[in-house]
Design a protein around this ligand. Structure first.
Ligand code: FPP
Length: 245
């Protein structure tokens, strides 16, 4: 375990959130404050991400989903989109070795439509390379939109009804979950968003139904392992009732 001893005492290891979602926001503002191009903010964000994944894995978190590129992010200027895509490609390539060495399972969730062949191939390669690992499962939400995910799940469920595989009456929330990108994964327990914004922005709409939300004014490149500890400790101090009393 590499996380600080002090925090080790404060985090209750028997009540860890199983699945953490992170909306990594504020890269652009981080760069602007330093008079740097937005791309520098995204690079710094990617560095921050590596440290947080390592820490979450060391703590013993089972699943983490990070919002890397939304279905709406295509509206950004072409050079920024291209930069984010090249960063993602690099990240996946390097993760194959470094994060795999840390036993991380990497998965990309989202639509493949519009992604380059190069990225799609790299996703397949990285997913395959890390699939036998047994550490934290890291979902990279890439070309991801919560509504798109639900619509795509509905299409697949309808196709299964049409082919007679399931009947309409079989569809309940448990079965429907099996059509989502996060099939076989637990719901998000703790949702973190940086940069002071307090919105879901089309992130994991189904999976965050009972998530505890945790917001910080820190910009994503400034988010440190100590902030992750703080979010987990706050999570453990909340009373979760799931609609009960
Ligand atoms: C939001 O900041 C961040 C993004 C749209 C992209 C997130 C990407 C990274 C953290 C780095 C790359 C990720 C991987 C997996 C390699 P913003 O640009 O909206 O910031 P702003 O609101 O301050 O402009």
């Amino acid at each position: 375990m590499f996380f600080s001893k002090k925090k080790q005492h404060e985090i209750d290891m028997s009540r860890l959130p199983e699945h953490i979602g992170i909306i990594m926001d504020g890269n652009g503002r981080w760069a602007k404050r330093r008079g740097l191009p937005r791309s520098a903010g995204h690079s710094a964000g990617a560095e921050s991400l590596k440290k947080i994944i390592t820490e979450a894995n060391n703590i013993g978190i089972k699943y983490i989903t990070v919002y890397a590129f939304s279905t709406e992010n295509w509206k950004r200027p072409k050079d920024e989109v291209d930069y984010l895509m090249s960063l993602l490609l690099d990240y996946l390539r390097n993760a194959e070795k470094t994060l795999s060495g840390e036993n991380v399972v990497i998965r990309a969730i989202g639509s493949r439509e519009g992604l380059s062949e190069e990225i799609c191939k790299q996703i397949d390669k990285t997913e395959k390379f890390t699939s036998k690992n047994t550490g934290i499962v890291m979902n990279i939400a890439l070309n991801y939109g919560g509504r798109e995910e639900i619509a795509s799940a509905a299409r697949s469920a309808c196709a299964d009804v049409q082919s007679g595989k399931i009947s309409v009456d079989d569809i309940d929330d448990k079965l429907f979950s099996e059509y989502l990108y996060t099939k076989n994964q637990p719901d998000v327990d703790l949702l973190i968003r940086t940069s002071g914004e307090q919105r879901l922005s089309n992130f994991m709409l189904w999976q965050v139904s009972y998530a505890e939300m945790w917001f910080t004014n820190k910009l994503w490149p400034d988010f440190k392992p100590a902030d992750l500890h703080k979010a987990i400790i706050d999570f453990q101090n909340r009373g979760r009732r799931f609609g009960g009393v």
